[in-house]
Design a protein around this ligand. Structure first.
Ligand code: AHM
Ligand code: MG
Length: 329
């Protein structure tokens, strides 16, 4: 079976800009993923469970593993002189990265959600990391500015996630389909286990935090009732882990849709456009699915701020279209 390292090298000529640079970058992500995986797997044995006394940019309490994962990805990427900028769900602002000559000569900026679904850590439920890579729009050599990060998702060069689940997987796309790699923990090597991942044509699963039902838009309520009807091949199954990466991964393999609409507490939805919606939307489209905020394709949205939220509907084409129709009736 092919390793992730071999796969990256074999496919590096797919990049029109620079070959080696993006490969190095993906290798740094692979390394950070292994380090976070190692730490996540020790949860319960060492003092890594629980919360810190800090909050992140969205005013959410940070878990200790949130902080560890953020540092792991930040260090792996910044110390290797391969990026010119870094932004994270756990940081208030973006970070400018300079080379040894005090210039920003690299081409790419990376955005991460270091530990998605982190409220699940303390109960041994799967969590993930999400990453997204763009080519800078400002001139090479100058320091990066916010516009390098506020690009629409359609500009992504690569995106992916690591799922720390029953097994650990790294799934990514560079715009040429989606490929999944499973970590062999004994060898510390990722192997290509899921080549060319595609959503099944028909989905039978819907994933939503139904506790917020009373506050959902009427179209979402109608969609839920539609899923529950005794008709055709319905009712569909309701499955919600509360970790986007895990819910998306299951829906990608089995066929389904993930919804995070506007709620009372989160009027624009809870998921962050840059760190969560865009990378998952890119993967989704590359796997033959769709991602929308209910009125617009996610990858067409022009971001206005680093931590902007959007309602998120993502999965098989038919199911997302169905939601879109109910919302726009
Ligand atoms: P996080 O990045 O702070 O963990 O938040 C994102 C997570 C998603 O992974 C998950 O789908 C959602 O928040 C769960 O939210 P809720 O508990 O409101 O259902
Ligand atoms: Mg998250």
């Amino acid at each position: 079976m092919k390793t992730l390292g071999e796969f990256i090298i074999e496919n590096q000529n797919q990049f029109e800009y620079s070959t080696g640079e993006l490969s190095k970058l993906l290798n740094a992500i692979r390394l950070a993923a292994k380090s976070v995986n190692h730490e996540v797997n020790k949860a319960g044995l060492v003092d890594i469970l629980g919360v810190t006394n800090k909050t992140n940019s969205s005013n959410e309490i940070q878990q200790k593993l949130d902080v560890f994962a953020n540092e792991a990805f930040k260090n792996a990427l910044i110390n290797r002189n391969i990026i010119c900028g870094f932004a994270s769900e756990e940081e208030d602002s973006f970070i400018r990265v300079l080379d040894q000559n005090n210039k920003a000569t690299n081409n790419y900026v990376v955005l991460v959600d270091p530990l998605d679904g982190s409220s699940n850590i303390d109960t041994n439920v799967s969590v993930g990391t999400i990453f997204s890579i763009y080519k800078r729009v400002t001139e090479k050599g100058t320091t990066v500015s916010e516009i390098d990060f506020l690009q629409k998702g359609g500009n992504q060069i690569a995106a992916g996630y690591i799922l720390y689940g029953t097994s650990t997987m790294l799934v990514y796309t560079t715009g040429y389909g989606v490929n999944g790699f499973t970590l062999n923990p004994a060898l510390g090597t990722f192997y290509l286990s899921h080549p060319n991942m595609k959503f099944p044509e028909k989905g039978h699963i819907y994933s939503i935090n139904e506790g917020n039902y009373n506050h959902f838009p009427i179209g979402v309520k109608k969609f839920i009732k539609y899923c529950q009807e005794d008709k055709d091949q319905r009712p569909y199954s309701s499955r919600y882990i509360g970790s986007l990466v895990s819910d998306f991964h299951r829906n990608l393999i089995k066929g389904g849709v993930y919804l995070y609409p506007s709620t009372l507490k989160h009027p624009n939805g809870k998921l962050r456009l840059l760190y969560e919606c865009n990378p998952i939307a890119f993967l989704s489209e590359q796997a033959g699915g769709t991602a929308s905020n209910g009125t617009q394709r996610i990858l067409d949205i022009e971001p206005k701020s680093l931590h902007q939220c959007e309602p998120f509907y993502c999965g098989t084409n038919e199911m997302v279209e169905n939601i879109y129709d109910f919302l726009n009736e």
